[in-house]
Design a protein around this ligand. Structure first.
Ligand code: NAD
Ligand code: ZN
Ligand code: ZN
Length: 418
């Protein structure tokens, strides 16, 4: 029976159009597989669930050979901060594997092909997809809540709450990929899973972070808040593009160490530096050309925002955003790649205007960057191994979720070998 909230949404939003075969699929009645599922706030478990089956001619089924946990985005679900997530949701939006079954309308792939899967699910046919705005795909997410809250629906995303389609994810032995010709990318033979896996999100997303900052030109300076996988990889892209100074900010010792020792960027440790913009002005007089927010909505710095979030006066914090606005030079660029879901108070809109800043944000359309990023990985120009701290099995994933959430034991990126 429909609950009152669902009924109210139905009345307000009505029917939302989705492409056939885009969202929750049918599953096998006889075959089961192992998968990591969400069971409630901070509860993740290894379960036996029905295996996915082909439900649409454009689907493929991929036998997952490697997957990983997105320490930022999966943590939002883990923490119970993504509204409308169903108990039993199969987690994971970063995976690669071997095509095991192919729908009859798939043209680019055959059984046995090694592929990496984009975290965002695009149909390839709607106006957004045709413009390469894949994360705006209008037909792969049936969330009425998204339609109601944002006035639009984001594309579907694997392994996330119903707000993003509730599509079963890739922390599982098998995953169904809708519109496989658009959402799978063939892995060259010479590129091992250990390097190809990260194209499904972090490598493309960090590249997108730099693109949102208007790209980085030779000789420019960039500051990056958050040295998780996204911030670290964004720093690497800035180096590749010729930045003369990259400053990374965090308070997790092991992450600061990777940034300083493995990448060789300048770091600011929040444990000892209280005024981050002031320190940036000391390092780069006048402020940085571009800044990237790679931390996230749930990390308030000030007491004011801690209180406001706790009592529900805001869902997201503007603390970090305001530091970016302050530390960027006049006419500079600000990129928000970190997730923000709701609303925040005290956003420094005056700084944005009076300093002539450009602010861009959004989820990464991986499909747009696959060729460029794979060229860098294949040639060895970008080796993602520097951020991988743990190699684990699927059964170790629940513990890894907790370690990543709490930033314990040096966890940065895990490679889950199936
Ligand atoms: N836009 C996209 O397409 C996309 C894709 C993937 C991830 N994301 C988001 O990007 C963000 C980063 O992802 P990640 O996997 O690297 O996450 P992560 O949680 O591993 O890293 C975030 C880092 O920010 C640090 N941090 C917290 N507060 C800070 C502060 N005030 N100043 C400086 N650093 C601070 C944390 O200590 C942590 O190391 C997350 O919000 C994630 O959800 C966005
Ligand atoms: Zn992610
Ligand atoms: Zn589309």
């Amino acid at each position: 029976m429909m609950n009152a909230a669902a009924q109210a949404l139905d009345e307000k939003v009505g029917k939302v159009p989705v492409a056939q075969g885009s969202t929750r699929p049918a599953t096998s009645e006889t075959e089961v597989m192992r998968a990591i599922t969400w069971q409630g706030k901070k509860t993740i478990s290894l379960d036996k669930v029905p295996k996915p089956v082909i439900t649409h001619p454009k689907d493929v089924i991929v036998k997952v050979t490697a997957c990983t946990i997105c320490s930022g985005s999966d943590s939002h679900v883990y923490a119970g901060e993504v509204p409308d997530t169903s108990k039993g949701q199969i987690m994971g939006h970063e995976g690669c594997g071997v095509v095991s079954e192919v729908g009859e309308a798939v043209t680019k792939f055959k059984a046995g092909d090694r592929v990496v899967i984009a975290f965002d699910i695009a149909c390839g046919e709607c106006d957004y997809c045709k413009r390469g705005e894949f994360t705006g795909c209008d037909t792969t997410n049936d969330s009425k809540l998204s339609e109601f809250v944002y006035g639009h629906r984001h594309s579907g995303i694997f392994g996330y709450g119903n707000l993003l389609g509730g599509v079963p994810g890739s922390q599982a032995e098998f995953v169904r990929v809708p519109f496989a010709d658009v959402n799978c990318y063939k892995i060259p033979d010479e590129v091992p899973d250990e390097k190809a896996l990260y194209l499904s999100d972090v490598l493309c997303t960090s590249y997108h972070a730099v693109m949102l900052a208007g790209g980085v030109k030779a000789g420019e300076s960039v500051a990056i808040w958050g040295l998780g996988p996204i911030g670290l990889c964004a720093a690497r892209w800035c180096q590749i593009m010729g930045a003369s100074k990259v400053v990374g900010i965090d308070f997790v010792k092991e992450r600061l160490e990777v940034a300083e020792k493995k990448l060789g960027i300048t770091v600011i440790d929040r444990n000892s530096v209280k005024d981050v913009p002031k320190r940036i002005f000391e390092l780069v007089p006048g402020g940085v050309d571009a800044s990237i927010e790679a931390a996230g909505f749930r990390f308030p710095v000030s007491i004011l925002h801690k209180v406001e979030r706790t009592v529900g006066l805001e869902t997201d914090t503007a603390d970090i955003l305001n530091e970016l606005l302050l530390a960027t030079r006049k006419w500079g660029r600000v990129s928000v790649i970190a997730d923000y879901l709701g609303y925040c108070n005290h956003f420094g809109i005056g700084m944005l205007m009076m300093k002539h800043l450009t602010l861009r944000s959004g989820q990464c359309p991986c499909q747009r960057y696959f060729d460029t990023v794979m060229d860098h990985v294949k040639s060895g120009k970008f080796d993602p191994s520097f951020m991988v701290t743990h190699r684990i099995k699927l059964e170790d994933a629940p513990e890894a979720y907790s370690k990543l959430f709490n930033k314990e034991d040096g966890y940065i990126k895990v490679f889950i070998e199936m």
